[in-house]
Design a protein. Structure first.
Lengths: 292, 406, 366
């Protein structure tokens, strides 16, 4: 029974990981309709940033790397947007193939730069402990990821609702044409959105060094899950992504507890496909009168 | 405007590329037989790209090192060896097809290659039907003895059984089994369960995760709930990193919960991070630290070519394979497959892991089992070894408790 | 020369190349490789139909390829075992033949299943998904998740499916030794002829009323709906046909290559097929075939020469094709032909292509 209760915080922490990897996608995929298969490689870039900073920042590399990885992954995303993706608006399915090509190149580049084997990023000493709450065992690293996810969500929602730039972003998301005729420079908003979305992938990458492998194929382990969170939550819906990530985390945690990891994954996929039967556009839908 | 400019440009770029790929690559079809001319062609077939390349490239390197050493000493039967390196691309059908190419087009005398069970199973029919020879250098799940494959890695009674013997000796009675979801872990766990039943040990749980799985908190919770004395770990690849990181952060280190792993060698330790795995147990037949002049020479030669590299069990087994084949060919006086097979039985060489002898009937080799502990420096220190090389027994016929297994 | 005549000449000369020249010119194992590419080309043809003509980007075609392949593999395994358990079941600890395997001992049932099972599953999925108007990116990601789940399921059921090893080591393919050169040659011809027949069939389908409706659904689904048609039916039928093609491709792949395993069916192989179609030219069925053969050939050729570079090259190629020539090699060829014709002045400026302009309606709901 006690171990069953343990699954609640575990589900929460799985949800936090899912949320973190999917947050950036709610912007690039949700707002711009770009299916960015290279999102996983931006996560990888974040993780390698932490690895590179280790020589300089030592044990605190993870902390130092958060802002740096945000900038580096963001810059990668921005370059991608400027050089390629901006020619693709209105062709979302083509972006998928384009960015898959980009992801292959980035993976091989990582292999050539850092070598094929995994590298190790040491967790800061203050993240190696754990607390026990009512028999539940909560590693600090998991709490850190949870906190980071919350911070990102709060930051984004404040930004989206309070700042001018954020409001422009929402305007473009809701109706690109109308925003454009109202004087919003949609091109510039797109650039910034892509920067932000990719930057968040970098942040996620840093966090993932605490719990998983750091290697060239890092991104491929997370990319499908990230897309499913966004699809289940509804495009461009921060609220949807949060709820979907937590729900999937919980579902995964409990099904794995009762069955096994393979079956849990299959059940989660099946649940999403079934869920989309009832809500084909995800949990939350941006209402619009536009006709496809 | 811009579009109009780009379109012809694209045409100019894509068409020649297509033409080039259509014409290239067919130049070398006039191959002589493996032993004709002044060289002997041998195939080296590993994944140089894709997920398995991490591990397999190192084995390829050690095999090439062995070939170089042999050539430096004058080659085999007075002829230099000429390696033909092929990429299996971590894709099993590709392995089968490349094997076919090596045999039929390059007409190699033998092939050294493969890592995963799946790649070996895919190549097996190709070698058997063409009556060609494969040397497979990785520990595997046993229950196989193809007349056209020589197995220089450990079979189950040279790795898993000694690992269990060690746990039993240390009084670890309650075991939890964790593995990746594929053939080797499932077969290994079947053996472990039979062993446990016969030896008064208890299996508290048996869990499999998909290859590449990275979320282990639920599994760690299940383990902590079951309170085992030890974990027997057959996870593969990147999953090991996630597993050990998450196990450690939940408070389980080597002192609290020993984990015996059979797929973690020196290479993998670096990626997992020494603090996460220090003090944990592994079972192999060779470590970089294994003592002996032959190993010192091997490590030195390898590191001279690959700076900062470590040497691991599968690499050593690949290196052995080349030397064993060369010795067999010398003894046979020919590189012809049936002659080499016949000559190979009983060949015994002093190799980095110690004395290695080919067992004729099974075409496996006698190997010394070694249990090691992962040290602070990321290398593995031997803490236990079988007194002498263990006779290979891929079907576990000499173990009464395993009678129902195959 | 009229376009029609030109088309026939082209088809005839390519048939000649594949059926006469290639078997004479290529050594046996290269011919076997070509047979493998032709299997992929059959699956690619299905994608060309569903994606190029119907606008459904299916990233889970590996699932149907796998269903066909496993159906065939199961029959061959049972046939080899001759009443005993297939070899992998023995070492997986299975003691009795699973009920699922029973019917596959019969070759007629197995070959029927090669087509029926993928079509049935695609129909079911199509009815569920298209009726709910799941489309565009949603559909793409859903099918991708399907591929991921399918692989995990296959790998997890080792006693039933052979796990990661898949089904391999067949000794007898319909009474012949699969490694014998004559068998490989025969399989090559079978594959080539099946591809040709399916191509002609698909072409007929595209040219028919149904094909026009399909293209209309791709370019303006809602408008088609307003005209009184049900786009869901059109899409489901097309999706099922393309799944059937993938199933046939998988079934041919098994005797040609001698293995079917989960690593052939997952997210990446499915994507690779789609990319091959894009490179060849998605709006022309011939482009799909061309792309599949050329990309797979390039993969083999390059990984033989320069293993690490293949990924760079593949990646760079997609980026180039998608940005500069979204209609693929066929599109480039058409453009070059039109440009040449205009320069010679023996032709009026080309009429607008039947393929859509690059700008399709926004597929993500606004």
């Amino acid at each position: 029974m006690e171990s069953l209760l343990n699954q609640v915080p575990i589900g929460l922490s799985i949800g936090a990981v899912l949320l973190l990897i999917a947050l950036g996608l709610t912007f690039t995929f949700g707002q711009m309709g770009v299916i960015n298969m290279a999102h996983g490689e931006f996560i990888m870039a974040g993780a390698y940033t932490a690895y590179m900073l280790q020589g300089w920042a030592g044990g605190q590399a993870v902390l130092v790397a958060l802002p740096v990885a945000f900038l580096i992954a963001g810059a990668l995303g921005w370059i991608l947007e400027r050089t390629a993706i901006r020619h693709f608006y209105g062709r979302p399915l083509d972006t998928l193939l384009l960015t898959w090509g980009v992801s292959l190149v980035l993976q091989q580049a990582a292999r050539d730069l850092f070598g094929a084997p995994n590298v190790q990023v040491d967790a800061p000493s203050w993240l190696t402990g754990r607390i026990e709450v009512a028999g539940a065992n909560l590693p600090y690293s998991r709490l850190f990821i949870l906190g980071l996810a919350i911070a990102c969500v709060v930051g984004i929602s404040v930004y989206m609702n309070r700042s001018r730039q954020g409001r422009r972003m929402r305007a473009v998301m809701q109706n690109r044409e109308l925003a454009a005729v109202s004087g919003v420079a949609t091109g510039r908003v797109d650039q910034f959105t892509f920067f932000l979305g990719s930057g968040l992938a970098g942040v996620a990458g840093v966090a993932l060094t605490l719990i998983g492998p750091v290697g060239p194929s890092l991104g491929t382990y997370y990319i499908v899950d990230a897309f499913l969170v966004v699809v289940a939550g509804g495009l461009g819906q921060l609220k949807g992504a949060v709820i979907a990530a937590l729900a999937l985390g919980m579902l995964n945690s409990f099904t794995e507890f009762w069955t096994d990891a393979s079956l849990a994954k299959v059940i989660v996929f099946a649940a999403i496909i079934a869920f989309l039967q009832f809500r084909p556009q995800g949990m939350f839908v941006l209402r619009s009168r536009a006709l496809t | 405007m811009r579009k109009k400019f780009f379109r012809p440009l694209a045409a100019a770029l894509v068409l020649p590329a297509a033409l080039l790929t259509a014409c290239g690559g067919e130049s070398g079809d006039t191959a002589e037989a493996g032993a004709a001319g002044n060289t002997i062609k041998v195939g080296v077939l590993h994944s140089l790209s894709g997920t398995m390349s991490i591990s397999e490239v190192t084995v390829k390197n050690s095999e090439l090192l062995a070939i170089e050493e042999i050539n430096a000493k004058g080659g085999v039967l007075g002829k230099k060896l000429e390696p033909v390196v092929e990429d299996g691309a971590s894709d099993w059908p590709t392995f089968a097809q490349k094997a076919q190419k090596l045999i039929k087009k390059d007409k190699v005398a033998t092939v050294f290659g493969g890592w995963t069970s799946a790649s070996r199973k895919a190549m097996l029919p190709v070698f058997e039907r063409n009556k060609a020879l494969l040397w497979y250098p990785v520990q595997y799940e046993g229950l196989e003895s193809s007349p056209y494959i020589f197995y220089t890695g450990a079979t189950t009674n040279q790795q898993i059984v000694p690992g269990l013997d060690y746990l039993k000796e240390k009084g670890k009675k309650k075991i939890y089994l964790v593995g990746s979801d594929y053939v080797f872990p499932r077969t290994a766990n079947k053996i472990i369960k039979a062993y446990a039943k016969a030896n008064g040990m208890q299996i508290l749980g048996e869990e499999y995760t998909p290859l590449g799985h990275t979320e282990y908190s639920t599994l760690v919770n299940k383990i902590s709930d079951a309170k085992p004395d030890a974990v027997f770990n057959t996870l593969n690849g990147d999953s090991n990193v996630a597993f050990f990181k998450q196990l450690k952060s939940a408070g389980f280190d080597a002192a609290k919960l020993p984990v015996m792993s059979v797929s973690i060698a020196e290479e993998e330790v670096k990626g997992i991070g020494v603090p996460n795995i220090e003090g944990q147990l592994v079972a192999w037949n060779y470590y970089q630290t294994t003592s002996g002049a032959t190993n010192d020479a091997f490590v030195k030669a390898f590191q001279a070519k690959h700076k900062g590299a470590v040497t691991s069990d599968p690499m050593e087994a690949g290196y052995n394979a080349v030397h064993l084949w060369a010795a067999a060919a010398e003894k046979a006086g020919s590189v012809e497959v049936e002659a080499v097979k016949k000559a190979a039985a009983g060949i015994s060489l002093d190799l980095p892991e110690g004395k290695v002898t080919i067992d004729g009937p099974t075409q496996h080799v006698y190997k010394t089992a070694r249990i090691g502990v992962i040290g602070k420096d990321g290398l593995i220190k031997e803490v236990w070894s079988s007194k002498e090389p263990i006779k290979p027994d891929p079907y576990l016929k000499s173990y009464p408790w395993a009678s129902g297994l195959s | 020369m009229s376009d029609r005549l030109r088309g026939y000449t082209l088809f005839a000369s390519i048939s000649l190349l594949i059926l006469v020249v290639a078997p004479l010119a290529l050594p046996a194992f290269r011919l076997d490789e070509l047979a493998k590419y032709l299997c992929f080309a059959i699956a690619a043809l299905g994608i060309g139909l569903a994606w190029g003509q119907g606008g459904m980007l299916t990233l889970g075609q590996g699932v149907f390829f796998g269903l066909g392949g496993y159906a065939m593999g199961m029959y061959l395994k049972l046939h080899d075992a001759g009443g005993d358990l297939p070899d992998f079941m023995v070492w997986s600890g299975v003691e009795k033949l699973p009920a699922l395997w029973g019917p596959f001992g019969n070759p007629v049932v197995a070959i029927g299943a090669v087509i029926v099972v993928p079509v049935a599953i695609a129909t079911l999925l199509g009815v569920l998904v298209f009726r709910q108007r799941v489309r565009g990116a949603y559909f793409a990601i859903l099918t991708q998740a399907l591929a991921a789940a399918f692989v995990i399921l296959l790998v997890g059921q080792q006693g039933l499916t052979g796990g990661t090893n898949g089904l391999t080591n067949f000794y007898d393919v319909f009474g012949r030794d699969p490694e014998a050169e004559s068998t490989q040659r025969g399989l090559y011809f079978v594959t080539a002829i099946v591809l040709g027949v399916l191509y002609l069939g698909a072409r007929q389908l595209v040219k028919s009323r149904f094909g026009r409706l399909l293209v209309a659904v791709r370019d303006g689904e809602d408008r088609v709906r307003f005209l009184g048609y049900n786009p869901a039916t059109v899409k489901t039928i097309t999706f099922a046909v393309s799944a059937g093609m993938a199933g046939i491709a998988g079934a041919l792949f098994v005797p040609v290559v001698g293995i079917i395993s989960p690593s052939l069916l997952g997210v990446v192989p499915s994507l690779e097929l789609v990319v091959a179609v894009a490179v060849g030219g998605r709006y022309a069925l011939a482009g799909a075939i061309l792309g599949a053969v050329a990309m797979n050939y390039a993969k083999t050729a390059f990984s033989e020469e320069w293993a690490g570079g293949w990924l760079y090259l593949q990646g760079a190629l997609f980026i180039l094709v998608m940005t500069l020539a979204p209609r693929g090699a066929v599109g480039v060829y058409q453009q070059a032909r039109d440009a040449l014709a205009r320069r010679r002045g023996d032709r009026p400026p080309p009429e607008p292509e039947p393929a859509p302009a690059v700008k399709t309606p926004k597929e993500v709901p606004a």
